[in-house]
Design a protein around this ligand. Structure first.
Ligand code: HPA
Length: 235
């Protein structure tokens, strides 16, 4: 059954979906890492593909930027396409002092300034967390591949251009990186009884005014892809 945003039928997506923000990244991954690839979504240009990685069925679906966008796609994948696990593969700004350009952050949990959790009408502040199964598998894989990995809190912000300059405050609570999607993804996974993990490569360190070049971002992305795909193999 197609949804308002995904044109596929049930069974068109694998149980595990990798989600880059950029749909052209989804295309790149499908064309360079997967075999037997089929394009399963083109609505709004938010490309999605299903194929196999070393014989294991895997899908890649663009999420767009921000929590409202990944909120829509992850909800539809979990609830209407029987997807069990979503691994976001994206970039983050490193904000903790020990986090360097091109390091990888595994988002154990996600702080947010978003109102996404309001819909659940909880009498307190919810703590969105990653799937321990996915987190453990990704951490073990990163160790095996000798990749520079940090595990901890992300700050999932609704603002890229933020007038409040709040990053120093988040670092006081030892938040490792800022990105814009993990909060809604983790909440949708928890509400659906499913699994999610956010893997981020550090594209910039805003507090140190450090930025990667396009070429460095590509290398970082390749390492993260390998990590995500090898993590899937272990599940
Ligand atoms: N802010 C928000 N999202 C990001 C950043 C950032 O500095 N870097 C990569 N994703």
């Amino acid at each position: 059954m197609a949804t308002p945003h995904l044109q596929g039928e049930k069974g068109d997506y694998a149980p595990v979906v990798l989600m880059p923000g950029d749909p052209l990244r989804a295309k790149f991954i499908a064309e360079n890492y997967l075999e037997n690839v089929q394009c399963v979504n083109k609505i709004r240009g938010m490309l999605g593909y299903t194929g196999t990685y070393q014989g294991i069925p895997v899908s890649v679906q663009g999420s767009g930027m921000g929590q409202p966008s990944i909120g829509i796609y992850s909800y539809e994948l979990y609830h209407f396409f029987d997807v069990q696990s979503i691994i976001r593969i994206g970039t983050a700004g490193g904000i903790a002092p020990e986090v360097k350009l091109r390091d990888i952050i595994l988002g154990q949990a996600s702080c947010t300034n978003s109102n996404f959790a309001m819909q659940y009408q909880l009498q307190g502040i919810y703590s969105p967390i990653a799937s321990f199964k996915l987190l453990k598998s990704a951490f073990d894989t990163a160790q095996e591949l000798n990749l520079p990995v940090h595990v901890g809190n992300l700050f999932s912000s609704d603002m890229f251009y933020d007038d409040s300059n709040s990053l120093e405050q988040w670092t006081k609570m030892h938040v490792l990186g800022i990105e814009m999607e993990s909060g809604a993804l983790y909440m949708n996974a928890m509400r659906a009884g499913k699994e999610a993990l956010c893997i981020c490569t550090v594209s910039d360190c805003p507090l140190k005014h450090e930025f990667t070049s396009a070429e460095e971002r590509q290398t970082g992305f390749t390492d993260m892809m390998k990590l995500a795909l090898e993590t899937v193999k272990k599940l």
